[in-house]
Unconditional design. Structure first.
Length: 382
């Protein structure tokens, strides 16, 4: 079956097309046409704009469910509920935990991947456990250790090969060898929760690491004598910075500086959302830690540190435009194509392109989310 979507604007990877019609055939994107074929079935979104479905490559939980609950039904519920945030593809994200618990989390996601009815599971992201304590954030330091290829191989086996990305601290022992082996296997290595010097970070990047975990947060800052992790984020080319644009984790000014340093094509908007996302204020858990959610933030009860976020990716997209630090085109790309590129899944999602699954969102002129489509079918409406 073929239908044609009529809209004011279509966000393509490298350009924005005004007006016209986007062909969708059997759940896949076709061509963009300026004129309508005869006797065509039209889906009329005049006054609105069409963007690719958003891609969240760093998300721990949503709607009361957490990846570390190791509950198949919870992962599926998270997938369904994410449609209301404009997300159509995501990487369920683990936390630093015991080897056994991480094996269980891997098995759980692998068990349901491919059966989800909502946002598509495009892999697993292991945030940890190879971090260092100084910038532990809301991660349990008692499980932090040096990287092990054997241990990772066990997790990847449990995950049926689904682990697409793993984060570690560059100053850990054996990092260069670990990074080199994993990147050859097609696994993206991210750097964060780290007190590394600029040189330590640079060595990890030279070994193949290519992503910075939530830039600025959980890492040694920039000093004029020791540029540190933040200096490495700014200065090392061909790397991608995750960024939480909720206005709490990073000031809009610091977000702007990062975008100017790396350019918008190397910044991936993420949420780092935890189970309380989409839920009322109150008390929640992030992994093993009690968290209080109020005033738009999730904070550890013990110490008050930020503990993930309750950000929805559609709002991060809107924020960077409202702050005047990105155009709508740049914002859409940073929330869809760039995250997909950063973990090597841009061949299946993150862009409107002929032959790709027709996963897309409908936005009004103020970038508010009106509807979410998966495989050409409307699956959520505001």
């Amino acid at each position: 079956m073929t239908q044609y979507i009529k809209a004011d604007k279509f966000y393509y990877p490298q350009e924005t097309k005004s007006g016209g019609y986007l062909e969708v055939t059997d759940g896949h994107f076709g061509k963009w046409l300026s004129d309508l074929p005869e006797r065509a079935e039209v889906l009329d979104y005049t006054g609105y704009q069409i963007a690719p479905g958003l891609v969240d490559t760093h998300i721990h939980g949503f709607a009361g469910h957490d990846v570390m609950d190791c509950d198949p039904a919870g992962i599926l519920a998270m997938s369904r509920e994410l449609l209301s945030t404009g997300v159509t593809s995501f990487l369920p994200t683990t936390l630093t935990s015991s080897a056994e618990r991480l094996t269980e989390a891997s098995k759980t996601v692998a068990k349901v991947a491919g059966t989800e009815e909502g946002a598509k599971i495009q892999g697993i992201y292991f945030e940890g456990p190879y971090f260092t304590e100084k910038y532990k954030g809301a991660q349990n330091p008692s499980y932090m250790k040096n990287p092990s290829l054997e241990e990772f191989a066990n997790w990847q086996h449990a995950a049926n090969g689904l682990i697409k990305k793993i984060a570690l601290a560059p100053e850990r022992e054996g990092v260069a060898d670990f990074v080199s082996h994993l990147t050859k296997q097609g696994v993206t290595v991210a750097l964060g929760h780290s007190n590394a010097t600029y040189e330590e970070a640079k060595r990890a990047v030279q070994a193949g690491a290519s992503v910075w975990v939530h830039a600025y947060n959980g890492m040694r800052g920039l000093n004029h004598r020791e540029p540190g992790m933040v200096g490495a984020v700014y200065n090392l080319p061909n790397t991608y910075a995750e960024l939480i644009c909720d206005g709490h984790h990073v000031s809009p000014v610091a977000c702007d500086i990062l975008m100017k340093q790396k350019n918008h094509n190397h910044v991936a908007l993420i949420t780092d959302c935890m189970a309380a996302g989409g839920q009322p204020d109150g008390d929640y858990m992030l992994g093993e830690f009690p968290v209080t959610v109020e005033n738009g933030t999730a904070r550890l009860k013990d110490g008050g540190n930020l503990a993930g976020s309750i950000l929805k990716l559609k709002d991060g997209l809107k924020n960077v435009v409202a702050w005047g630090i990105a155009s709508p085109e740049e914002a859409v790309r940073m929330a869809s194509l760039i995250p997909a590129i950063s973990v090597g899944i841009d061949n299946i999602c993150g862009q409107i392109k002929e032959g790709y699954a027709a996963d897309f969102i409908v936005l009004d002129k103020d970038l508010n989310l009106l509807a979410t489509y998966l495989n050409g079918e409307k699956v959520w409406e505001g």
